[in-house]
Design a protein around this ligand. Structure first.
Ligand code: COA
Length: 540
């Protein structure tokens, strides 16, 4: 594969200006992440109280469990950002992937310093998403339980529906049945439904003095039976390890519990990271020739000015080597082969609007990757498929549908990164959330919506004026509508709005993208080959 010949001038004023703007975006991202970790109203007091009880902070717990010197890939740190009066940083739950004795596990850990670790609707979504990641990537799950269970004021949004609390227990039971270890350490409350997290686990450790499991806590027992009982006597570690058998091990301290957990992990017979299976082509990795921080200067500060996605690819992939497919045709999509941390991938990236030719080229390339069993990486930056009479006459709807069908039916692992705009059906054809990519990350400059705010303004005003209420609409009402639509679309297409609702698996700094994707691909490489598709390549 040839090394990409970059045409970026890192001394140009545009580059310098772009870089300054992007550094601002990255620093905002860092500040907001830090706030999710230890900020928020009244958080200082609850952190103090948590520590005064001798308890360890949630991320330190994870650090005590994972292998020394290894990184933890945290997901959706900014879940719930700006929701629930901004009182539930990170949705009160930490999820991600870490290594124990070289084996990757999904971690699902409650943060008791946020609303007692109780689960708001987005927390349930984050919990369930982490379990889905475990299933797709064949990973065991470690639950660090310290939770008040369902966040009761919003019980109707948490309790009864398919992917609500019940869905998490459904998943847990099925993950276990698939041979994916489900391990719990109980470090706080597990009340009512919450009791089923440890109860459905393959092995359970309880920490004396802090871990408690009960279907009804002392207030419910008092109300129902008139019994007055201390929490530890109702569901403490001694009771459950020595009498009920709900717990398998008891530990005096958190430290001891994590040692025990690591011992259990030595016996789970799971494949280690780096245990590569032949189907995914791999060679020794090499770093990109071009510095990944140059991405900051390539992405235009003004989102109306396009940037060349090939220059982005060159800063993400091994040796900046990229072998383009069909480079002379359908050039609003760049497709081709490259390697990330040694793993061969098929990259599909936008260079603007998707035209019929580009859609067909992408479809052809997806078929090639499917036939060769090469994972697909989508880099989204598009305002969608081309509209207008010429495009319709050329059959953009059917060509776009071929691309959408090919993406939906590809059986190879798919990964998506939003590097710019993700608008309209472009989001679908480029493997948006609805198309089940194994992981979907977004950059802090990205935007996601049916259409851009500028377009939405015009469309909605035109609809109003040509509709039943058109004749009665005054110019000042038109102006108000225009302002409201712009505000709505700008707010809702903001990447923080998106990540808060888990439309992605996390906002990441472009510079960390290569490492995150490297881990995701290494997870796929330790699995057996995905079930093959039909293997036919139709020329488009
Ligand atoms: N729903 C809503 N809010 C809850 C909650 C729940 N299930 N559990 C805890 N909280 C909130 C508290 O109201 C408090 O909110 P605030 O910070 O706005 O005042 C915060 O979480 C901390 O709770 P607190 O009781 O002060 O903390 P604690 O560390 O002493 O106790 C628990 C933590 C989880 C053991 C305790 O709060 C508890 O037992 N909660 C109820 C558990 C329950 O019955 N769940 C049923 C679920 S179906």
């Amino acid at each position: 594969m040839r090394v990409h010949d970059s045409s970026i001038d890192t001394r140009s004023s545009a580059f310098v200006e772009n870089r300054e703007t992007y550094e601002g975006l990255v620093s905002t991202l860092r500040e907001r992440m830090q706030r999710a970790i230890d900020g928020g109203p009244g958080r200082e007091r609850s952190i103090e109280r948590h520590r005064a009880r001798g308890k360890v902070m949630v991320r330190e717990r994870i650090d005590m469990i994972i292998d020394d010197g290894t990184a933890f890939l945290e997901l959706s740190t900014l879940a719930a950002h700006g929701q629930y009066d901004d009182e539930v940083p990170g949705a009160g739950i930490v999820t991600g992937i870490g290594l124990v004795h070289g084996v990757p596990y999904v971690f699902i850990a409650n943060d008791a310093t946020v609303k007692g670790g109780s689960l708001v609707p987005v927390a349930i979504k984050k919990h369930v998403r982490a379990q889905d990641i475990a299933e797709q990537n064949r990973l065991g799950v470690i639950y660090l339980v310290d939770s008040g269970g369902a966040f009761l004021p919003l019980q109707d949004e948490i309790f009864p529906d398919k992917d609500h609390f019940g869905g998490s227990f459904y998943r847990q039971a099925r993950l276990s049945a698939q041979g994916l270890p489900q391990l719990s350490v109980v470090l706080g409350g597990c009340t009512a439904g919450g009791a089923y997290v440890p109860a459905l686990s393959d092995e359970v450790i309880m920490v004396k003095g802090i871990g408690r499991i009960f279907l009804g806590g002392p207030p419910i027992v008092k109300a129902a039976l008139g019994e007055i009982i201390e929490p530890d006597d109702l569901g403490g570690a001694e009771l459950h390890t020595h009498i009920s058998g709900v717990s398998d091990y008891i530990a005096d301290t958190e430290h001891e519990a994590y040692g025990r957990l690591r011992e259990i992990c030595e016996t789970t017979a799971q494949r280690r990271i780096g245990d590569r299976h032949g189907w995914l082509d791999w060679i020794e990795p090499e770093p990109p020739v071009y510095d990944p921080t140059e991405i900051y200067g390539i992405i235009s500060a003004d989102d109306r000015i396009p940037f060349d996605s090939t220059e982005i690819i060159a800063r993400l992939v091994d040796g900046s080597r990229f072998s383009p497919f069909k480079p002379e045709w359908g050039d609003s999509i760049v497709s081709g082969f490259a390697r990330i941390w040694g793993h061969l991938v098929g990259v599909i990236a936008n260079n603007g609007i998707i035209f019929s030719e580009s859609a067909l080229k992408a479809t052809h390339f997806i078929e090639l990757c499917e036939q060769r069993r090469v994972p697909l990486l989508f880099l989204q930056n598009t305002s969608g498929y081309m509209v207008g009479r010429d495009s319709e006459m050329a059959g953009i709807a059917k060509h776009g549908a071929k691309m959408v069908s090919a993406v939906a039916n590809a059986t190879v692992p798919k990964y998506t990164v939003l590097i710019g705009g993700s608008y309209g059906a472009g989001n679908y054809g480029m493997c948006g959330r609805g198309f089940n990519p194994r992981f979907l990350f977004a950059w802090p400059n990205s935007r996601i919506a049916t259409m851009a705010a500028r377009t939405a303004q015009t469309v909605l005003v035109d609809i109003r004026l040509s509709g039943m209420r058109g004749e009665d609409t005054t110019p000042s009402e038109v102006e108000t509508l225009r302002r409201e639509v712009a505000h709505q679309y700008e707010t809702q297409s903001d990447p923080y709005y998106a990540t808060s609702r888990l439309w992605d698996d996390g906002l990441i700094d472009p510079v960390h993208t290569r490492d995150a994707l490297g881990l995701c691909l290494a997870l796929a490489a330790r699995q057996d080959a995905p079930t093959p598709g039909p293997g036919i390549v139709y020329r488009m």
